[in-house]
Write a protein that binds this ligand. Structure first.
Ligand SMILES: Cc1cc2nc3c(=O)[nH]c(=O)nc-3n(C[C@H](O)[C@H](O)[C@H](O)COP(=O)(O)OP(=O)(O)OC[C@H]3O[C@@H](n4cnc5c(N)ncnc54)[C@H](O)[C@@H]3O)c2cc1C
Length: 396
């Protein structure tokens, strides 16, 4: 089939070639799910996966998320065997989570949980932090969690590797095509209608359309509790002869997240406190007026060596956030054949390899290798929210 030929039918349609859709489509194709069609109007990594901070770590508040992250790191370490094409661009430089006094107990609890789940992590007293990262100002810092395996991945490389590997297993891609609607008759999915009118008939649709996934299924009566939060990121160039950041630093109290980037660059985020959620998704990558000053003030308090660094460029994106800052994974109630993989709440990247596997297993009616039932949509109605040791936020 030529890459422009109309696709009339599929066994599974995956909407969205971001990190989740690409991982899921690869796993479905590899596991012999029949004709799997991956559709994306912007192309691979054209959504939020193309703008992300790229950070990976395993410090989490619940066992399920740690298990998904553990499997993710395993795949990063054995990419050639697991995927067979490309590489994930994983660079390990360590992850340091700074906590104030009131969060020490939660931090130690997460470390104990992580250790029980096999994560290499430990608590650092303030006096031990400069050995790991000398550039941090320790005012108000009562300790830190440290994970030597934390670092970055290259999300573009991962997505393209999965897509190319998937094509090798028969995956059909349609990039530049937009799904206008998921069609259903009675209680079940029958296909997707593309903008322009073509219909791809299919009994199964996996909705991995990121920010746009919520509104795509609303006409089917599937109401998803997802709101959007804007995040600004700036690339800063350190001055010649100055010390450079060594590890990824997250400052829970000061609202700063920062990591080394290429050469003399670092990537930094200052979190706006009490940001009101937005109701509409958006492609806008612009940065709010005043953000540069806000970030420099935040840096001056915590990593002063970067407060006057050269401003290279800045970009923003939206988090798709659920009420408990954990994703929605599973079949949509009331619409047979519609699978939801949405609401990653700003921290999903390292979960994507495992998510591809478990979603493919559920779609193929197999028992998933990790039980993801606590992430079903129904949890919000049933009041079974995921535990957050630090309260609402992408720290999760
Ligand atoms: C600024 C920023 C920084 C972040 N930093 C981190 C981090 O450091 N670590 C971490 O773990 N997470 C981070 N995240 C979160 C993470 O990047 C996202 O959760 C993840 O990339 C979302 O992937 P996705 O596949 O769900 O969505 P996307 O990557 O947005 O993919 C969805 C795709 O669906 C396509 N699509 C949508 N609607 C349609 C349609 N109707 N028809 C066809 N195609 C459609 C889009 O074109 C898009 O390509 C960050 C997020 C942002 C915004």
């Amino acid at each position: 089939m030529g890459y422009r030929d109309p696709v009339e039918s599929a066994d599974v349609v995956v909407i969205g070639a971001g990190i989740f859709g690409a991982s899921i489509a690869f796993q479905l194709a590899r596991r012999g799910a029949g004709r799997v069609v991956l559709i994306d109007e912007r192309g691979p990594a054209g959504g939020m996966s193309g703008r992300t901070f790229n950070q990976v770590r395993r410090h989490y508040s619940n066992e399920l998320t740690i298990r998904l992250a553990n499997r993710g790191f395993e795949v990063l370490d054995h990419w050639a065997d697991e995927v067979g094409v490309g590489d994930p661009g994983y660079v390990r430089f360590g992850y340091l989570l700074l906590v104030p006094e009131e969060a020490v107990e939660a931090c130690k609890g997460n470390i104990a949980l992580g250790t029980r789940c096999g994560v290499d992590t430990r608590f650092l007293e303030p006096g031990e932090i400069p050995d790991v990262e000398p550039l941090v100002n320790l005012d108000g810092v009562a300790g830190a969690a440290f994970e030597p395996d934390g670092g970055v991945i290259d999300v573009h490389k991962m997505i393209l590797s999965w897509v190319v590997a998937g094509i090798g297993h028969g995956l059909v891609t349609r990039f530049g095509a937009a799904v206008a609607a998921v069609e259903a008759e009675g209680d079940g999915v029958t296909g997707v209608r593309l903008r322009g009118g073509d219909v791809v008939r299919t009994p199964v649709v996996v909705n991995a359309a990121g920010l746009w996934g919520r509104d795509l299924v609303a006409p089917l009566g599937v109401a998803l509790p997802i709101a959007f939060f804007r995040l600004h990121m700036a690339y800063l160039r350190q001055r010649v002869g100055q010390l450079q950041l060594r590890v990824a630093v997250t400052d829970t109290a000061g609202g700063l997240v920062m990591r080394p980037d290429q050469g003399p660059l670092a990537l930094a985020v200052a979190y706006e406190k009490d940001q009101a959620p937005r109701d509409r998704p958006s492609d806008d990558a612009g940065v709010a007026p005043g953000y540069e000053r806000f970030l420099r003030e935040t840096l001056r308090r915590r990593v002063p060596a970067y407060a006057d660094a050269t401003w290279e460029r800045a970009v923003s994106g939206l988090y798709d956030v659920t009420p408990d800052w954990h994703p929605i994974l599973g079949w949509a109630p009331g619409v047979e054949g519609l699978y939801l993989a949405l609401g990653w709440s700003g921290h999903g990247l390292k979960l994507a390899p495992a998510v591809g596997e478990v979603v493919a297993q559920e779609v193929l009616n197999e028992t998933p290798s990790i039980d993801i039932s606590p992430l079903r949509l129904q949890r919000f109605q049933e009041g079974r929210l995921m535990h957050l040791a630090y309260g609402p936020g992408a720290r999760a």
